[in-house]
Write a protein that binds this ligand. Structure first.
Ligand code: URA
Length: 205
C-alpha cells in the first residue's frame, strides 16, 4: 500500500512535469491559435495510476477554455458511459493525441499529431495502463501503428469493441477501439454499439 501511494505520487509528479513542457511548446502548429484565443493546452487528467487509459482525438472549445479533456457534450456522454460500467472519471485517465484545439474542430493534421505523439507515448509509459481504450478513428489508427498491430488500415466500424493484445516494456496491454462519443450525435444508431463496447471494456478492467 505504501508503495502504491508512492508510485501514484511519482507518476503524478512526472505527468505534471510533462504537462509543463506542453505549456511552452511554441513549435506546435497550434500554439499561435492557442495564444490568440487565450486557450489552454489540454494535457489529460485522472488517476495517474489508472488501469484504463482513454485516448481521444483533440480538444474542442470547452476543453481548450478549461484545459480539461472531454468536458463538453461528448464528455458528458463519456461520463454517462463510464457510469454505466460503475466507473468515474477519477478512476481512469483521459487524454487526447493532440493537446491543443484545432481551429473549428477540424480533423488534426499529421504535423499536429506528430508533434504531440511523443507526449502521449510518455504519458502511456508513466501511467502504464492495463487497458488502452481509443476513442474514434484517429486515436485508434495512432495506437494500432504505435504497437504495430495487424489491424492497421482497418476502419473503426470493423474493429470497434475488438480486444487487441500487445506487450510493452511495462507488460501486457489490452487495446480496445471504441467509437468516438461525439459520433453518436451524428448517427444515433451508434449508441447501441458504443454502449455494448463499454461493457466489453468493463470485462477487461
Ligand atoms: N473530443 C475529443 O476527442 N477530445 C476531447 O477532449 C473533447 C472532444
Amino acid at each position: 500500500m505504501v508503495n502504491d501511494s508512492k508510485s501514484i505520487k511519482t507518476k503524478g509528479k512526472r505527468l505534471n512535469q510533462l504537462a509543463q513542457q506542453i505549456t511552452t511548446l511554441d513549435t506546435s502548429p497550434l500554439y499561435v491559435y492557442r495564444m490568440e484565443n487565450k486557450y489552454k493546452p489540454v494535457f489529460g487528467e485522472g488517476n495517474p495510476d489508472a488501469d484504463i487509459m482513454f485516448i481521444g482525438e483533440a480538444p474542442g472549445a470547452k476543453e481548450a477554455e478549461t484545459g480539461r479533456p472531454f468536458v463538453g457534450r461528448a464528455g458528458q456522454y463519456l461520463d454517462s458511459l463510464l457510469s454505466s460500467i460503475d466507473l468515474k472519471r477519477e478512476d481512469v485517465y483521459i487524454t487526447n493525441i493532440v493537446k491543443d484545439r484545432p481551429p473549428s474542430n477540424r480533423n488534426p493534421h499529421t504535423a499536429e499529431i506528430d508533434i504531440y505523439a511523443p507526449f502521449l507515448c510518455k504519458q502511456i509509459n508513466i501511467i502504464q495502463p492495463k487497458v488502452i481504450a481509443t476513442l474514434g478513428r484517429f486515436a485508434t489508427a495512432f495506437i494500432i501503428d504505435l504497437f504495430r498491430l495487424p489491424q492497421a488500415g482497418k476502419k473503426i466500424g470493423e474493429i470497434h469493441g475488438m480486444i487487441m493484445h500487445t506487450t510493452t516494456d511495462f507488460g501486457k496491454v489490452n487495446i480496445i477501439p471504441l467509437y468516438h462519443p461525439a459520433s453518436v450525435f451524428y448517427n444515433r444508431n451508434l449508441a447501441a454499439f458504443i454502449e455494448k463496447d463499454f461493457h466489453t471494456l468493463k470485462l477487461l478492467s
